[in-house]
Design a protein around this ligand. Structure first.
Ligand SMILES: [Zn+2]
Length: 461
């Protein structure tokens, strides 16, 4: 097998005291990183021209000559790639689509996105793509403190999901013990295996981690803090980084090792990850994926500088099977560029919300995740579980915004009126939105093994 640049050896060859999985990539000076990105694009863009029918057509329509690419701003003359186009590409050229740029006999894996909106989009991988994907996950998990010797439970959905099997192989590459339980075994099965195999790390959505902590006493007769998880991490939805919710998980699992990661489903090997400072999430794969910021309404580029807010779009620098260029994620982020004491040089992001989730309440943009963040800051009085109930499909919603908020077990009903008043007031102060909070008793909102559904249409379920 060829040596792939940017990919480290397996974990057994690493010094466990090393802070970074890939010191060179994670601490590369930014000017050097940009040079590397340009150099890689000078190979990747001609690769697309030679192998991707999808991008051949794009380049031709845009009058873009791949040989003319010199600097990152040259990409701005090209149109964005959107998820709906990948779906169309799959329908036009089944099973994998016109955007697949490697021959079928070099494909070794397929996964799909969660499929929450429309038909699932398929990702294909060559062996090199699998290595790069493993590399990106290893940078994240190693940064959280996962080491050879750890027993890691993959609590994501294993069936087809791109954090299922791809995480399993990455855990193995890191040299830790991969315990592929998945959501398929439900909370009871996962908890039993965690105890029997003395698991030390849990990777899952925050909703599922929280549900596991609630079920632990019933299933195993011990509190979740006695399970012995040293690290509880994952993503897929807000939670691990929400004020209040993280502290609650720290307490229930009895560890300070609660970490958040983020990646758009089609973007890997792109990764954003918490470091121990937890001031946003570092972009740790700038050598593999170029991330740029745009205004999601106008499509105009926004410079990546401290405090900038915009939708991030990404361009693969290396991917073979389904490489994407200027792909729109719909994820709105705030960027931090100040230096971080952990030494990683990649800029940091806070995920603000998704442009396709955003509600418009009397002209104000309201992200459901921002509402959840405010509610979570009331922990331990609230559990962080909420539902926003709309009378008709958004994004336009009339005030007051109807919200169901679950209370913690310890909150007496007599305290509810004051809590409701405080929640409505704080939401108005922080998000400039008028709300009508209905409090629910503990357990009043559904538990899930995957992502929680925050916005529901009245009468639609
Ligand atoms: Zn840091």
């Amino acid at each position: 097998m060829e040596q792939v640049p940017g990919v480290m050896e397996c974990g057994e060859a690493h010094d466990p005291d090393e802070v970074y999985w890939n010191p060179e990539a994670e601490t590369m000076p930014l000017d050097q990183l940009q040079e590397l990105q340009i150099e890689k694009l000078k190979r990747q863009i001609p690769y697309l021209q030679a192998n991707s029918k999808f991008y051949q057509k794009r380049f031709k329509e845009a009058g873009f000559n791949p040989g003319d690419f010199r600097e990152l701003s040259d990409l701005e003359s090209l149109p964005f790639t959107k998820k709906v186009e990948l779906r169309e590409s799959q329908e036009e050229a089944p099973p994998f689509g016109r955007h697949v740029a490697a021959p079928f006999n070099r494909l070794i894996r397929v996964t799909t996105t969660a499929g929450t909106t429309g038909r699932a989009v398929v990702q294909t991988y060559t062996r090199r793509d699998v290595l790069l994907r493993d590399e990106s996950v290893c940078r994240v998990l190693w940064g959280f403190g996962v080491r050879p010797g750890d027993r890691v439970i993959n609590g994501f959905n294993l069936s087809m999901f791109n954090a299922g099997v791809p995480y399993c192989t990455a855990i193995e590459r890191l040299g830790a013990v991969n315990i592929p339980v998945g959501t398929e075994r439900k909370a009871e099965g996962l908890l039993r295996i965690a105890k029997e195999l003395d698991a030390t790390v849990l990777v899952s959505t925050p909703s599922f981690a929280s549900y596991l902590s609630e079920r632990c006493e019933d299933v195993l007769g011990i509190p979740a803090s006695e399970l012995g998880f040293r690290i509880v991490c994952g993503g897929g939805e807000p939670g691990f980084e929400l004020p209040g919710m993280r502290e609650q998980l720290e307490e229930t699992f009895g560890t300070k090792g609660i970490f958040d990661l983020a990646s758009s489903s089609d973007a890997h090997p792109n990764s954003f990850t918490n470091c121990y400072v937890r001031s946003g999430k570092h972009h740790v794969t700038g050598d593999l994926v170029l991330v740029q910021l745009i205004n999601s309404d106008t499509g105009k580029s926004i410079e990546i500088r401290d405090g900038a807010v915009g939708e991030y779009v990404f361009t693969h620098l290396d991917r073979e099977a389904c490489p994407l260029l200027r792909y729109r994620t719909n994820d709105i982020v705030r960027v931090h560029t100040s230096s971080c004491e952990c030494g990683r040089t990649g800029f940091r992001i806070d995920l603000i919300g998704r442009s396709d989730d955003m509600l418009l309440v009397r002209g104000m943009n309201v992200f459901p995740s921002a509402v959840q963040s405010v509610i979570s800051s009331f922990a331990p009085r609230t559990t962080g579980k909420i539902r926003i109930i709309l009378d008709c499909p958004g994004p336009v919603a009339e005030p007051p915004l109807n919200l169901e908020v679950e209370c913690a077990q310890s909150v007496e009903q007599s305290a509810w009126p004051a809590l409701k008043e405080q929640l409505d007031l704080t939401l108005r102060e922080k998000l400039s939105v008028r709300t009508d909070v209905s409090l629910l008793a503990y357990g009043g909102l559904e538990r899930t093994t995957g992502k929680s559904k925050i916005v529901v249409i009245r009468g639609a379920d």
